[in-house]
Design a protein around this ligand. Structure first.
Ligand code: ATP
Length: 286
């Protein structure tokens, strides 16, 4: 008989991956599979099972939004190039009906975006009630790339930690369950993935020469991630740090986190706004 999720997870993903302030990020094993005691095949099997649950929960959320509910979910994905953000969107978020997903990627701000505060484009992309929002990179770049590339004076970006927390508390209070995921890939694995992109003509479109510049600044990024995690993991919007060298694990882990967030909304099906028996009778008479 197949094992139950409780047997396969020694510690549930949300407990095993939730960031604990002060943990040393540089000591993280990026190939580890925290909390998991099953095999890869069992992980892939469980992911498919969860996919059905995820799709059902997302449909409930959508129905809730259609009937005046105010709840939504926001999945924030942060991670360096090749950490697998795109794969999470494709393989995890891809398990639900795309009509209920609001996906947004955040790159270098455009000229128009630069004319506003950095949260302007973020606010405009927040999921509306009933939707699962996905941020591929996010407002947290303001304390990552902005810090590492010295795009703002230290005094300015330091202020952002508090602003980010206040902003997320406000978003959570408006009915959005926030799940923040930091995908952490090792330098060796990143090198392999970049080499693959260079070797395969069908992957050249994914390669960006800037990725090498980012690689050269890895220690600075680790320091920036460390401080971001320590300072912006809050009760309303906790960070989950997901080792990303094994894609099957990171995808399974994010599936669990997203499913858990939707489950915690505890949404039933909205009651019919019409007389079901009367409508059945009317239909039968046609
Ligand atoms: P990815 O590597 O995420 O697949 P990509 O290489 O296709 O992305 P984009 O998604 O267009 O490129 O942009 C990502 C780049 O935008 C990253 O280098 C990131 O550091 C940068 N970026 C994101 N937010 C900001 C910001 N607020 N200020 C400056 N640069 C930013």
């Amino acid at each position: 008989m197949a094992k139950t999720p409780e047997q396969l997870w020694k510690t549930p993903a949300d407990e095993a991956l939730r960031w604990v302030r002060g943990t040393d990020l540089s000591a993280l094993d990026q190939a580890a599979t925290p909390g998991w005691r099953g095999s890869r095949a069992e992980g892939e099997e469980l992911m498919a099972v969860r996919g059905h649950e995820l799709a059902d929960l997302q449909e409930r959320l959508f129905a809730h939004g259609r009937t005046g509910g105010d709840r939504s979910v926001l999945l924030v994905l942060q991670g360096l190039d090749t950490s697998g953000k795109g794969g999470i969107v494709q393989h995890v978020v891809g398990m639900v009906d795309p009509q209920g997903v609001m996906h947004r990627g955040f790159g270098v701000p455009t000229e128009e975006e630069r004319e506003h505060g950095y949260l302007w484009r973020i606010r405009n992309a927040l999921p509306v009630p009933g939707y699962v929002g996905v941020f591929d990179r996010s407002h947290h770049e303001q304390v990552l790339v902005v810090r590492v590339n010295r795009l703002e004076p230290v005094k300015t970006w330091r202020r952002h930690y508090r602003e980010l927390n206040e902003f997320e508390a406000e978003v959570a209070a408006s009915g959005t369950a926030i799940v923040k995921v930091a995908l952490v890939v090792s330098a060796d694995e990143q090198k392999k993935r970049l080499a693959k992109r260079l070797d395969r003509p069908d992957k050249h479109w994914k390669y960006n020469p800037n990725d090498i510049d980012v690689r050269l600044k890895l220690p600075e990024y680790v320091a920036a991630y460390q401080e971001m995690l320590d300072r912006t993991s809050t009760k309303e919007a906790p960070w989950y740090v997901v080792p990303a060298d094994r894609k099957w694990y990171s995808r399974l882990a994010v599936t669990e986190l997203l499913t858990g967030a939707l489950r915690s909304l505890d949404l039933g099906w909205p009651p019919a706004s019409f007389d079901v028996a009367a409508e059945k009778a009317r239909l039968a008479a046609t």
